[in-house]
Design a protein around this ligand. Structure first.
Ligand SMILES: [Zn+2]
Length: 262
């Protein structure tokens, strides 16, 4: 995932996962003089929720001596998640927020001169996404959501998920033992309903059949290997509006932004 001279942009929300990742990568980076770490936080515009997380992220970066860049939906897209939630659109606000966040992090990472983007998805997130893709009838998406995603044409920054095989419970344990101050409040816009059901199902399975989550992660790896990331990526074109990778004429974010503005 990492090279000795990487400049890593960490997507830092202020939650336990991203703060744990920040701590681990800063520790690792100290041993490699030519490497660098920058934290990126996104202000989605969620009243009474995001401010606390941004403050926690800022404090952690100051303590660790890490550069911290904050970008907002308002400045990048001219809207906020709170405003999107007010509209009657086809999907939940979380669906829009997720796509816009990915785009915001990409833009910010390019600004910092990073060579890679690291996100703090853990084992639980990863296997939930695998099942979610299956239940959405989009199994090929599994190939595009692996622990390391690189663009063979070198046009887009590689994305890595260093915590992808660490169970959420162990991250919580690490965060408590290290004394990390992280946000515990849930987003007021809630979560995707289907993901919540999958989370409960997987947790029940893990209790009854320990190892279920790891097995599912390995199954996804095998599928990914068979499908071949590079084939899928080579089918990606450039969005006609913003230039981001997309299998269509316009990327998901630009399609969503058009719907929001309209
Ligand atoms: Zn676009």
């Amino acid at each position: 995932m990492l090279q000795y001279n990487d400049h890593i942009a960490i997507a830092l929300s202020g939650g336990k996962d991203s703060l744990t990742l920040l701590h681990l990568l800063v520790k690792l980076e100290e041993r490699f003089p030519r490497s660098d770490v920058t934290a990126i936080s996104v202000d989605e515009g969620i009243d009474g929720y995001r401010d606390e997380a941004l403050q926690l992220a800022k404090t952690a970066c100051t303590t660790l001596g890490v550069k911290h860049l904050v970008v907002s939906y308002r400045e990048l897209f001219g809207t906020t998640t709170d405003e999107i939630a007010q509209l009657s659109l086809g999907q939940t606000p979380c669906a829009y927020c997720g796509v816009l966040r990915r785009k915001a992090i990409n833009k910010a990472a390019v600004l910092t001169g990073a060579t890679k983007i690291a996100t703090a998805h853990n084992l639980d997130d990863e296997v939930q996404t695998v099942l979610l893709n299956m239940l959405h009838g989009d199994p090929l998406r599994i190939a595009r959501s692996g622990p390391v995603l690189t663009d063979p044409r070198g046009k887009f920054l590689p994305r890595i998920k260093p915590l992808c095989d660490i169970p959420e419970k162990e991250i919580v344990l690490y965060a408590y033992l290290t004394g990390l101050q992280f946000q515990t409040v849930e987003c007021p816009h809630g979560h995707e309903a289907l993901r919540n059901d999958i989370r409960s199902f997987l947790n029940q399975m893990e209790v009854k059949h320990p190892g279920t989550k790891f097995t599912l992660l390995r199954s996804a790896e095998k599928l990914r290997h068979q499908i071949g990331e590079s084939i899928l990526l080579s089918e990606l074109r450039e969005c006609k509006k913003c230039g981001d990778p997309t299998p269509h004429d316009l990327c998901e974010a630009c399609i969503m932004l058009e719907a929001i503005v309209a």
